[in-house]
Structures are given as structure tokens and as C-alpha cells.
Design a protein around this ligand. Structure first.
Ligand SMILES: Cc1cc2nc3c(=O)[nH]c(=O)nc-3n(C[C@H](O)[C@H](O)[C@H](O)COP(=O)(O)OP(=O)(O)OC[C@H]3O[C@@H](n4cnc5c(N)ncnc54)[C@H](O)[C@@H]3O)c2cc1C
Length: 385
């Protein structure tokens, strides 16, 4: 599928491509391509390179500090960033909480928090999940009790990505017990150096530290750090999830993945004439085209600053299943060479990275709300079953 863009859009593409070729830090492209674990410094340098052009928060409304691009420009920018192999912005500030602050925060909160996200001087973590509240997020137990001008927070958040780097955490906390568990949830922001917050690392099977458990022990959070109304946090939480679930598409990177699989398989004696392999490949290519179209359709129907609604569940399932299927196909191409661990001594580093991507991809159908839960949302709220 080829989308044709007008001349202005193509000029914009050339400008973006030039930026990634000439101005974006070369060492970061090399590190991202090697599959090396990225440090906080890498992530912030990557974001600041984009911020220097005003290109970090591309989905924010212009008044909030976004570049004011239409859907075509956002699409082209995303394509070029992925083609270049650049590091995607860390989503917790830029994609998740930033738009919530803009849509529901006070003027004071916007002035306090948005510049740090826009310039990548503050790093945020997402405190939604708890040990007993993942899929059933509304049953969360982390408690916040009002004491004067503060809330006193006690409880545990888990799977908190990159909390070890974070300056701030946005957290869903329970401020009251109501008949409907979606009520009585409040959206609070706390500095990570608040007394009583402790980050406990969770090391994953690949030996890396990205995930954490974060405990709150009598943490005092000023009431002025609450976004929106007390007890109405579920509304803001879902606005955020709409943006989160739509952010997984990464169509251009998926297309590049398919192109490299095609090149490798075409020169592979076992696969080049394997009809079953190419059937799978072609079916996946068609699904990728339909993801691309669905994504564009959803994005073009949104007013600036609006969060996609239930459609985001459809996109989340499509994007993450396709990502997993691509990583499976790639493993088929690499065969036993993929059974290497990702290290600099691996006999075939590309195969080792394919293996790491394969394992990393398993998490995609879990985070952001497991795909089974997205199917429940579609059944109930889209199909009305
Ligand atoms: C890599 C990674 C990063 C993450 N980062 C963050 C983060 O930064 N911040 C954060 O707050 N959370 C984060 N999460 C947590 C993530 O949102 C949860 O893991 C997810 O919501 C699932 O919850 P759970 O792990 O408790 O699984 P469970 O809810 O226990 O589910 C287990 C299984 O049961 C299925 N299941 C559960 N209920 C139903 C049902 N009603 N119908 C059908 N099937 C059902 C699920 O689909 C799943 O397959 C991250 C998770 C991962 C894996």
C-alpha cells in the first residue's frame, strides 16, 4: 500500500529526514540499533534532541506546546523517526500524563509540570497497577486519606516501568469506598523523592532492570498535586489509557521489520520457496496495511488534544498481535541462530536481538491492559453485547 502525499508534505518529510540524518546524535542511533540497554542519559538526550526542534510532544495541542501538525505530518514524522532508528520518547510524560495535565489540570499545574515534560528535564512513572489490581484495575487498594492540605498515601504499585529514573509518579489511589469500584479513585502526582516512597527493582528474564515495585508508606502528597476532582480519577485514567493504547502502532518500524524478513528469507535456501512461509508473510503484510489504515482513520477523526475512545482497544490488539507475529516470523528466519542470548559475543548479534525482541514482544499483549481485557471492552462497549 502506498499513500501519496502532496508536495508540501513531501517537503516536510525531507526536512525531518535531514534532521535525523544530520542533527540527531549518531551514537544514540547506534545504541538503539544494537539492542543495548538504554540509560536514563540516553533516553533524555534522545528526547532533548527532539525537544530542541519542538518535536517532542507532537500530539499535544499547539497552545500546550505541540508543533501544530495535522495528522499527515504527525504520521510522516513518526515514519521518519522509525526509519531513522531513533529512540522513541519515553511515553509516561510525553504521551500519557502530559495530555491529562493539559486537559484536566489547573493553570498552575500546567505551568508547573508541562515545561519539564516538553524539555525533557523531568521523568515520569505510571503508578496504575497493583499486585491485586491489574486487569481489574478499578479494584485498586492504594489508599489516600485526607489530612489537612495533604493526602497520606499507603499502598503498593507494581510493574512500574523505569520508576528508578523517575522524578515524579502519577498514581491512581483510593480516596473512598463506593458501591461502584470505579468511583472513589483519585489521580495524584507525587515527587519520587517524597519521604516514604521506595523503589524495589524487578529484574526480568533478560537480566535487565526496567520494572519495579513502588511502595508508599505514609507518603504526604499536597492536595494541590491532585489532578481534577477527588473521586473522579477513573475518568482521567481512561483518557490516558486511550492515548496509551493508540501509541503502540509503530507501523513504519513494523514495515521495516517485514522488509528485512523478506530480504533474509528470499536468500534462505529453506525458506525462499516455502509456500507456507510466504502465505504467512503475505497475510501479515495485509494485516499491517489494515492497521495502518485503521490508525489513520482513528487519528483523523480526533479533534486536537482529544483522546481516542474505545477504538484504542481495537488498535491495541491489532498492533500488539502483529508485533508478536512479526517477531515469530523473524525467529523462523533465523532458526537456531536466534537461540543466542543478547550479548556482544553472540555469534550472530542480529539473531540474538531478534530473540530479545521476540521475548520482549510477549509483554505487549499484557501491558496497557491485557488483550483479553480489550476484547471484553470491545464486546461490551463497542458491540453492546
Ligand atoms: C513490561 C510491562 C510493563 C508494565 N508497565 C507498567 C507501568 O509502567 N505502570 C503500571 O501501572 N502498570 C504497568 N504494567 C502492568 C500491566 O498494565 C498489567 O500487567 C496488566 O494490566 C495485566 O495485569 P496483571 O499483570 O495483574 O495480570 P492479571 O490481571 O492477573 O491477568 C492475568 C491473565 O488473566 C487474564 N484475565 C484477567 N481478567 C480477565 C477477564 N475478566 N477476562 C478474560 N481474561 C482475563 C489476563 O488477560 C491475563 O492474561 C506493565 C506490565 C508489563 C508486562
Amino acid at each position: 500500500m502506498d499513500l501519496e502525499f502532496d508536495q508540501q508534505a513531501e517537503q516536510f518529510r525531507a526536512e525531518v529526514r535531514k534532521f535525523f540524518a544530520e542533527e540527531y546524535p549518531r551514537d544514540l542511533l547506534a545504541r538503539a540499533g544494537s539492542g543495548a540497554a538504554l540509560t536514563k542519559n540516553d533516553l533524555q538526550r534522545a528526547e532533548r534532541a527532539l525537544a530542541s526542534k519542538g518535536w517532542l510532544c507532537i500530539n499535544w495541542p499547539e497552545e500546550a506546546g505541540g508543533p501544530g501538525w495535522d495528522v499527515t505530518r504527525k504520521y510522516i514524522f513518526d515514519q521518519e523517526m522509525q526509519h531513522a532508528g531513533a529512540i522513541s520518547p519515553v511515553p509516561m510524560g510525553v504521551i500519557y500524563v502530559g495530555p491529562v495535565i493539559w486537559a484536566f489540570g489547573t493553570e498552575e499545574q500546567k505551568a508547573r509540570w508541562l515545561p519539564g515534560i516538553k524539555e525533557s528535564t523531568t521523568f515520569w512513572a505510571q503508578g496504575y497497577s497493583e499486585p491485586e489490581a491489574g486487569s481489574d484495575l478499578a479494584s485498586l487498594q492504594c489508599r489516600a486519606e485526607r489530612d489537612g492540605d495533604d493526602y497520606v498515601v499507603n499502598g503498593t504499585k507494581i510493574w512500574t516501568t523505569l520508576a528508578q529514573h523517575a522524578d515524579w509518579i502519577f498514581a491512581l489511589v483510593r480516596t473512598s469506598k463506593e458501591e461502584r469500584k470505579q468511583q472513589g479513585i483519585t489521580f495524584l502526582c507525587a515527587p519520587m523523592d517524597s519521604p516514604g516512597i521506595t523503589v524495589h527493582p524487578i529484574i526480568t528474564i533478560d537480566g535487565r532492570h526496567r520494572l519495579n515495585r513502588v511502595t508508599f508508606d505514609n507518603v504526604r502528597v499536597p492536595v494541590e498535586n491532585r489532578i481534577g476532582e477527588e473521586g473522579e480519577g477513573w475518568k482521567y485514567a481512561n483518557f490516558l489509557l486511550g492515548n496509551e493504547r493508540t501509541s503502540y502502532a509503530h507501523v513504519a518500524a513494523k514495515r521495516m521489520g517485514m522488509a528485512s524478513i523478506e530480504a533474509l528469507a528470499s536468500s534462505n535456501e529453506q525458506l525462499k520457496d516455502d509456500a507456507a512461509f510466504w502465505d504467512r508473510f503475505n497475510e501479515l503484510s495485509i494485516r499491517l496495511d489494515s492497521l495502518d489504515m485503521t490508525m489513520l482513520r482513528v487519528l483523523s477523526s480526533l479533534v486536537d488534544g482529544e483522546s481516542p475512545g474505545r477504538e484504542s482497544s481495537v488498535l491495541k490488539i491489532m498492533a500488539t498481535e502483529i508485533a508478536q507475529n512479526i517477531s515469530e516470523l523473524r525467529m523462523q528466519v533465523y532458526g537456531y541462530e536466534g537461540l543466542a542470548v543478547l550479548d556482544s559475543d553472540a555469534p550472530n548479534p542480529k539473531a540474538a536481538k531478534a530473540m530479545a525482541d521476540y521475548f520482549g514482544g510477549r509483554a505487549q499483549s499484557i501491558y496497557g491492559g491485557a488483550n483479553e481485557i480489550q476484547k471484553n471492552i470491545i464486546a461490551r462497549r463497542v458491540l453492546g453485547l
